[in-house]
Design a protein around this ligand. Structure first.
Ligand code: SF4
Length: 341
């Protein structure tokens, strides 16, 4: 059967008056960069996206991102949600997802979202460790994330829990524990954002004073590797890895330091495949080999900038990667090819 193609039409909801001051976020800059889209611009963008989708077997969602959706005035929330209703009725759009803060969830909010047929609610959890939340000035506790998650699940929504790594007071162990909690709370999806130092934030000040040190790119990749494997094992869809929630709205001059890389996920996948290939380096030195890998994983197996292939080529005389559709997950097959006469 033909695979269903998933699309999300993004709508960036302006965060004009966020009352919080998370240590990693420069919300003034964010607000300054934002244009408030008109209703016509929003529905025009729905139509343009829908016209551009080629696959007929598709599942289309509208995603309201960029802010604390349930923190904006109720009338505005309803205005946004109302725009999607004719598309849901027509069956051209199939669901609505939105992101918000855990402390902006209550039963009244959830019943309105249900009424407007919202399907997925993503919470910016960032961490499920109270020390990390406190040190990052998040303004909510881990317990609040747990309570909001339970309410969202009980009300029948799909739950997304976003996490950040490398915030003040964070450790690899705490990040792993956060991921474990995210799984236990029944999230169906997550996003992993390495914390970055953005200009004019509390973390920027601490960075200048030597009180905060962001993860290096290598560390962020190293931390993310087991997180991704944990989520995959628990069938939690990792929608995105890398890029700070605010960073997508800022230009690069606002990025002061931190493990930013445009292909962050690829770097993590490269390391996962590298671990799988290391046992191959124990035998068959100097041989010509063919490695069959799942077609969907070909680039990751070869590695970012061919990193894995280069490592293998230090051991084998020749390495040929072959994509195979029917190989799944990270299964692969190594064949020793005959030496040429
Ligand atoms: S991350 Fe979100 S909640 Fe925190 S200060 Fe920025 S906009 Fe406000």
């Amino acid at each position: 059967m033909e695979k269903i193609k998933h699309y999300t039409i993004p709508v960036f909801v302006p965060e004009l008056a966020c009352p919080f001051q998370c240590a990693f976020c420069n919300q003034e800059k964010i607000s300054g960069h934002q244009n408030i889209p008109t209703e016509k611009e929003i529905t025009d963008s729905f139509d343009a996206y829908l016209r551009s989708f080629r696959e007929t077997n598709r599942h289309v969602e509208v995603g309201f991102f960029g802010g604390t959706f349930t923190g904006i005035p109720l009338a505005e929330q309803e205005n946004y949600l109302r725009l999607v209703q004719p598309y849901l009725d027509a069956g051209t759009i199939h669901g609505i997802r939105l992101s918000t803060r855990p402390d902006y969830i209550n039963s009244a909010v959830l019943s309105i979202l249900k009424q407007y047929r919202v399907t997925t609610i993503e919470l910016g959890a960032q961490s499920l460790d109270d020390e990390v939340l406190k040190a990052s000035y998040r303004g909510h506790t881990a317990r609040q994330v747990e309570q909001a998650s339970e309410m969202i699940r009980d009300a029948g929504f799909d739950l997304g829990l976003q996490m950040m790594i490398g915030l003040p007071e964070d450790t690899l162990e705490k990040s792993l524990a956060t991921a474990q909690k995210i799984i236990e709370l029944g999230a169906s999806n997550t996003r992993i954002y390495p914390a970055l130092v953005i200009r004019d934030t509390a973390m920027h000040q601490w960075f200048r004073q030597g009180k905060y040190k962001p993860l290096s790119l290598e560390e962020a990749v190293e931390w993310s590797r087991p997180l991704l494997l944990m989520f995959e094992k628990a069938r939690v869809n990792v929608i995105r890895m890398g890029l700070h929630p605010s960073e997508s709205l800022l230009d690069h001059t606002d990025l002061v330091a931190g493990p930013f890389h445009p292909s962050f996920r690829e770097l993590v996948l490269t390391q996962i495949w590298k671990e799988l290939f290391i046992p191959l380096l124990r035998e068959n030195k100097g041989k010509k080999v063919e490695i069959q890998v799942p077609a969907a994983e070909l680039n990751a197996a070869i590695g970012h900038h061919s990193e894995n292939k280069k490592i293998l080529l230090r051991h084998f005389h020749e390495v040929k990667f072959v994509p195979v559709e029917k190989l799944k997950n990270r299964n692969f097959r190594l064949t020793i090819l005959p030496d040429q006469e």
